[in-house]
Design a protein around this ligand. Sequence first.
Ligand code: SF4
Length: 222
Amino acid sequence: MSRAPANDGLRIDWGRLLRALEAHYAVGRWRRPLLRPHRGDPFQVLISTRLSYLARDEATARASKRLFEAYPTASKLAKARRPDVEARVRPVGMARRKAANVIAISRELGRRHGGVVPATLEELLDLPGVGRKTANAVLQFAYDVPAITVDGHLLRVCNRITGWGAKTAKEMEDRLARAVPELLWSKLNPVVVQHGQNLCRAKRPSCGVCPIAGSCARAGVE
Ligand code: SF4
């Protein structure tokens, strides 16, 4: 199978590539990105993304469901007892630290923002423990603001496609922001993450049946 050469990403037709992936995953039973069930609820997107740090997608989904059953809003979670939150988020690991963090975020939302999740990158980054991935996820999935949310799947898949060898999420975000038309930014995460969950897995990617193999440098893939 031929490989596309590693490149600056500007020669890739990102619109065509994303459409090919969307069409592929529109048919059949595939794993779906975690944030889709919480789309549109800024608080749940924010908290779910914080819980997802170094956790498997299934564990994050389970912990989020258990947490939001009892504490669906910032005002409710702000008043929660830590041991109960800790028990609910245990599937994601680092439960004690993550429980304390999501309670702290909820209290800050009440104290500084009237219980409402802010809609600017700067204000989001100012919340306790919130980094670029979480802030961009809130902008993108809750407020429909064009943003590039880089998680482990997106970093790995886009490095394989382009051969950039980006080491950090911020480096990948900057490169993609230069190479991909802004109109497509918000499509990148859901579509590419789904590809990372299914065919372009970390181990043994299924390049032989991949719908974008002709546009992919397959960098780092044996
Ligand atoms: S599955 Fe293979 S061909 Fe497809 S994007 Fe991943 S590395 Fe490229």
